[in-house]
Design a protein around this ligand. Structure first.
Ligand SMILES: Nc1ncnc2c1ncn2[C@@H]1O[C@H](COP(=O)(O)OS(=O)(=O)O)[C@@H](OP(=O)(O)O)[C@H]1O
Ligand SMILES: [Mg+2]
Ligand SMILES: [Mg+2]
Ligand SMILES: [Mg+2]
Length: 351
């Protein structure tokens, strides 16, 4: 299998990071949460995960040219009033590394800052770049809802592997009621490598099984996912697209790339994402989810039907929105999107 060693290290790193995040989410302190310059939240778990995964990748896959494109940086942690928070992050990283049993070492605060800052790479079309969202859906994490640790590898501008750890995602399909205790496990790890299919295992270590997107051809049977946060995606626009398609079910709103994982195993058939004007999508918000869905037989494109281009640096410069579904439904979905966007721009121009 292509990228076998890289995939196994990525799964190990994301599983370890899940332990760190679960520990923080169980006992979240007010002081664990900070606000970034764009007013979005960041927690000790976002920083801790980024440091941990960066460290594990560099240690386990030695390379002359390690490159990581990741969401967080250490700027705020280097400020005078962040001493306590940096200490807490360092303790969390060391405590998590020690649970693995193979690392007989302890990182210093400077090591943690350096590991976080190795995520400043610009990415691009040449060479290999790891792409990391240490916690995707930080708002969901803070609410006690869904979030994902999302790690992917780009090789010559293409996503070649991805791992999505979703510590709060139930093993049973989203939206299906709990039936008996065997179906109650929570914590999913999706992984995919190019040409190798998409695999789901439980974070507690169950045996891996291949997953496939829903094969429904009938929109009336399909349900659709969208962002939980109305500020992240236009819920009115997706509702008008769903209506045009004939989708009967109400939207399923979940945070983070857990949406891509749930779609890859067929919980729903469509994912609609339409950020408000001016928002620029980042590659770490989609790279891992993209390959998990693509290898499960799904299609991910921008709102005009163009494939996503991960080779242009830290941003995905794309047209209007992102849509995901199976191959059969994509032409119908594209038509509905085109019509809904036309109506939206007509009603904006008559205002
Ligand atoms: N204004 C705006 N528009 C669109 N998207 C935004 C916006 N602001 C943030 N983000 C990004 O959304 C990431 C969270 O993913 P989702 O939007 O799928 O989840 S959620 O349901 O909204 O929580 C979230 O990822 P994290 O920052 O990693 O949590 C952001 O990268
Ligand atoms: Mg994100
Ligand atoms: Mg994040
Ligand atoms: Mg963020």
């Amino acid at each position: 299998m292509a990228y076998e060693r890289e995939l196994s290290v990525a799964k190990k790193a994301a599983s370890l990071a899940s332990r760190l995040c679960q520990k923080v989410q169980k006992a979240l302190l007010q002081s664990d949460v900070q606000s970034k310059s764009d007013k979005s939240p960041v927690t000790v778990a976002d920083y801790g995960t980024q440091a941990l995964i960066s460290f594990v990748l560099q240690r386990e896959i030695p390379s002359d040219s390690f490159s990581l494109v990741a969401e967080e940086d250490s700027g705020d942690l280097r400020k005078e009033d962040s001493k306590e928070i940096l200490k807490r992050i360092t303790e969390l990283v060391n405590a998590t590394l020690s649970t693995d049993g193979t690392y007989n070492l302890s990182l210093s605060e400077d090591d943690v800052l350096a590991a976080i800052d190795s995520g400043k790479s610009k990415g691009g079309p040449h060479g290999r770049h790891w792409v990391l969202d240490p916690i995707d859906g930080t708002k969901g994490f803070l609410r006690g809802d869904q979030y994902a640790i999302a790690l992917a590898l780009l090789d010559e501008g293409k996503v070649v592997l991805g791992v999505l750890a979703c510590p709060n995602l139930p093993s049973r399909p989203i939206g299906e009621p709990e039936k008996h205790s065997l179906q109650n496990s929570v914590g999913c790890l999706f992984s995919a490598s190019i040409g190798g299919g998409s695999v789901l295992q439980l974070l507690d270590g169950s045996s891996p099984t291949k997953v496939h997107v829903s094969t429904t051809e009938n929109p009336a049977e399909a349900s659709f996912f969208e962002s939980y946060e109305a500020a992240h995606s236009m819920h009115g626009l997706s509702s008008s697209i769903a209506k045009k398609l004939g989708v009967q079910a109400p939207p399923v709103r979940i945070d983070s790339q857990a949406k891509y994982g749930a779609l890859a195993r067929g919980d729903g058939a469509i994912y609609l994402r339409f950020p408000h004007q001016g928002y620029r999508e980042k590659i770490w918000d989609h790279a891992a989810g993209y390959i998990v869905v693509a290898e499960a037989g799904g299609v991910v494109s921008d709102a005009s039907g163009n494939p996503l281009d991960f080779s242009r640096g830290r941003y995905l410069d794309l047209d209007t929105g992102i849509i995901v579904t199976n191959q059969k439904l994509m032409p119908l979905l594209l038509n509905a999107v085109r019509e809904a966007l036309k109506e939206q721009s007509q009603s904006a121009s008559t205002l």
